[in-house]
Design a protein around this ligand. Structure first.
Ligand code: CTP
Length: 200
């Protein structure tokens, strides 16, 4: 969420379900899991090593950057805001004008900056695409120096807020695997199995 004033923000429809499902699946596999979460009404998984609640992209970046050195596998499923209001009003903005224009400035790309300083870590991102999915996902895999990317194409039973999803995983060694429509919990288990087979 990117604040406009003390009572308003710019956000998106992400529910956090995929990130929470991945955290739960990783705990069940015996991993020490840190979950850095933006606003979500999902139940916090039992057994986390650490839970970090953040709101804005800047807060998420700080939380990720300070923990990255100690991490073996980092999965960025968050729908991070690409832009934030250039100015945040300290008092509620009154509706005096007929048209309200809000200037936005670009947020840092957290995944890209983690990709730049990656050493021993395996880094996995998501690509949310409405068109040219494969080309865009592969472009992001390379541009952000990732080990794998999960292509997510929103539809009737897939994407934000739904209980189910499907995606294609592209890895940096040029493999791809399609995961069929299933619950976000099942997908999380299959994704981690696949990443572990490939990298650990
Ligand atoms: N991401 C990030 N920081 C941002 C924006 C995105 O770390 N400021 C991460 C997301 O968590 C995801 C990946 O980058 O793992 C791709 O996000 P996506 O929204 O698909 O693409 P963008 O890189 O933001 O590019 P665009 O919106 O132009 O498609």
């Amino acid at each position: 969420y990117e604040a406009i004033d003390p009572v308003r923000f710019i956000g998106n429809h992400s529910s956090g379900k995929t990130g929470y499902a991945l955290a739960e699946a990783a705990i069940a596999m015996g991993a020490h899991v840190t979950l850095v979460s933006g606003p979500s009404s999902e139940r916090i998984p039992y057994g986390l090593s650490e839970f970090v609640r953040i709101s804005s992209a800047e807060q998420m970046q700080q939380a990720m950057e300070t923990r990255f050195d100690d991490c073996e596998l980092c999965i960025m499923s968050a729908a991070v805001a690409d832009y934030r209001p250039s100015e945040v009003a300290d008092k509620k903005v009154k509706k005096s004008e007929d048209v309200w224009t809000i200037a936005l400035e670009k947020n840092a790309d957290i995944l890209q900056s983690l990709g730049k300083r990656k050493a021993h870590q395996k880094l996995v991102g998501f690509a949310l695409e409405t068109n040219d999915g494969e080309a865009n996902a592969k472009g992001k895999l390379e541009a952000k120096n990732l080990d794998a990317i999960l292509l997510n194409e929103p539809g009737a039973h897939t994407g934000f807020g739904t209980e189910t999803n499907k995606f294609t995983i592209f890895t940096s060694d040029n493999n791809s695997v399609e995961l069929e429509l299933s619950s976000k919990q099942e997908l999380a288990v299959k994704t981690l199995d696949l990443l572990c087979d490939n990298y650990f």
